[in-house]
Design a protein around this ligand. Sequence first.
Ligand code: FES
Ligand code: CO
Length: 339
Amino acid sequence: MLVTQQPVLRRFWYALMPMTSLDDGPKPFTLLGEKLVLWKQADGTPAALQDRCCHRTAQLSKGFVEDGNIVCGYHGWTYDCSGACVKIPQSPGTAIPPGAKVKAFHCKEQYGYVWVALEEPLRDIPHFPEDGAPGYRRIFQFYQQWKTSPVRMMENSFDNSHFSFVHKANFGILDQPTPAPYEFRDTDYGFEAETTVPIRNPEASFRVTGTTEPITHRHLINRYYLPFCRRFGCTYPASGIDHIIYNCATPIDDENMILVQWLYRNDSEEACSTQELIDWDEAITAEDREILEATDPDACIDTRRRVEFHMPSDKPGLMIRKQLMDLLTAHGEVEVFRR
Ligand code: FES
Ligand code: CO
């Protein structure tokens, strides 16, 4: 599936960058092939416009923010968050030409990130119940560009059969390649998948898991949110520690995405520090990234094409494909792919 060629994907919210990235001025971002400028307005809320001035096409992200509006760096034409040109500095007191406007997009802040939907969103940003809940701390783990597609990242994140291989250096058990099956539940946002998996617990992860057992368990309540968000709802039963990750795999174009990763923990900074948790998950995520960047980003979602083979543990990946196919069909689209 070529994400830039499926218009319905423009109707979802995606996490683009941390709000703090806008503290020192406007920033460019390419979402589904659409070039955007993001900036922080006077009231602190973010705004998103097409990154193209309607005067001589200069990128507005090369400009600056003044009184909460975005000013083009070429001749100073100024736009508000609706995209309307509100000032032409060379012609004070003269009417602004009718139609002098730049396309605006839905934009808001949630969970410390700027989220954008390119067209009227079909559903809300996924709900993270741990965010702000008593006893939980939020850790911004990553904001990384990966050379792969969101479908590849999403299915990898539900695929318990890769642990023994990709993650054999830390929690994967190489001689136990048969994964524990998931129990699936349908939800209105995608699906939920529950299982308990055994993991290796080397000394380096004692503070992460909260236990010193050499082999321990993860109880997982994972969730898939159509199209490209997921929850890794991990509890270590031996310690009662929750290690709950949310990801948004934000499509840049047909070959690149941004991985946004939030972590929620119900322990203290003294028990396991923010940096230790980032370092631990970063090493694991780097292993996934290494493999995923070596796959074809054009993941086939219409399984009738039979260009990829499957095994029983691919069930969540096949459910993701089916939900994406159903979404396309419901909006009169077929999968667009490279021939
Ligand atoms: Fe933007 Fe001229 S190109 S003001
Ligand atoms: Co992995």
